[in-house]
Design a protein around this ligand. Sequence first.
Ligand SMILES: [Cu+2]
Length: 131
Amino acid sequence: MVRLASGLAAVATAGLLWPTGEQVRVIEVDIEHSAFEPARITVERGEKVRFVVRNYDPIDHEFLIGDEQTQEIHEKGTETYHGDRPGELSIAAQEVAETTYVFTQETDLIFGCHLPSHYDYGMRGEIIVEE
Ligand SMILES: [Cu+2]
């Protein structure tokens, strides 16, 4: 992970070309006061998105994409670190982390933080998947 202060501007562009020439959309998500901004994201079905998530809080957070069932599993789960699966991140206090996710499914999704009580307090957002 990269410290917030160090040259984030380079990745914060509207779209990046991967070495393969594949188009990837970059969406920046900020976390402040245990809330996501934006809390509503619209993507196109099939779109590949690189999420750059910045945590401005003095405490750790998570950014976990999934449907309601997946969110329930995370809520009950005991995993303390996320980062190995697409669309799942643990973001330490004052850090930034990135994950790439391809929206192949037809349903809308949710993103949330499942550290104790964060999700219940409203630390979640929605991803609208458009055709
Ligand atoms: Cu949190």
